[in-house]
Design a protein around this ligand. Sequence first.
Ligand SMILES: [Zn+2]
Length: 61
Amino acid sequence: MKEFDCRTAGSPCRAAVTATDDRDLEARISGHLRSVHGIEPNETILTYLVSTAREKGRTDA
Ligand SMILES: [Zn+2]
């Protein structure tokens, strides 16, 4: 699992977006930005935000 913390984007938003992989995460972040923040994210922003996501649910980190 991957977890993106919306605060990483410099927002006061405390939402966390989780997904199974980068591609899914990118779609979910995009949807979150549109619906919650009213932002239409471009590919550059999405790629950056996905890169800030953390691996979650692993014990061998
Ligand atoms: Zn947010």
